[in-house]
Ligand binder design. Structure first.
Ligand code: SF4
Ligand code: SF4
Length: 120
C-alpha cells in the first residue's frame, strides 16, 4: 500500500540532532537559488554547516514549528544535498536507525508504518 503521509511533518528531530554540513558551493554564494548563504556558517575552505546545527542543543535555524508536533523546513526547496539524502525511517520499507536515534533523543518513538498512514 502507498504511504498517504510522511512522518517528518510531525517530527523534525533530525533537524535538531545532526550537524547539517555540506559543500559550500551548494549555498547561494556558489549556486543561484541554493541554500541561503546567510543561514550557513563556514567550517573550513570546503564545508559550511546550517546555522544552529552544532552545539549541545542543536536546532537548524531553518526549522520552524514544534518538534514532535508540527514542523516545516522553511527552505525546503533550497535545502542542501545532505538534507535531501536523509530518508525517514521506513521510506520504501527500509529502517533508518539514524532517524529513529534522532527521534529517541526528542522522546519520540521509532517510525512505524502507521506514521506513514499505512495500515498493517
Ligand atoms: S527524524 Fe526521521 S521522521 Fe523525523 S523529520 Fe527526520 S527523517 Fe523525518
Ligand atoms: S535545512 Fe531544513 S531539512 Fe535541513 S536541517 Fe535545516 S530544517 Fe532540516
Amino acid at each position: 500500500m502507498k504511504p498517504v503521509r510522511t512522518p517528518c511533518l510531525t517530527c523534525g528531530a533530525c533537524c535538531a540532532f545532526f550537524r547539517a554540513s555540506f559543500y559550500w558551493a551548494e549555498t547561494s554564494a556558489g549556486t543561484p537559488g541554493g541554500v541561503p548563504e546567510q543561514l550557513t556558517e563556514k567550517i573550513n575552505d570546503f564545508l559550511v554547516q546550517m546555522k544552529g546545527t552544532r552545539g549541545p542543543q542543536p536546532r537548524c535555524v531553518a526549522l520552524s514549528g514544534e518538534i514532535g508536533s508540527e514542523v516545516a523546513c522553511s527552505i525546503y526547496e533550497q535545502r542542501s544535498s545532505v538534507c535531501r539524502a536523509f530518508p525517514p525511517s521506513l521510506q520504501d520499507g527500509v529502517v533508518n536507525e539514524d532517524c529513529n536515534r534522532a527521534r529517541a533523543a526528542h522522546g519520540l518513538k521509532p517510525v512505524t508504518s502507521a506514521d506513514w498512514g499505512i495500515k498493517d
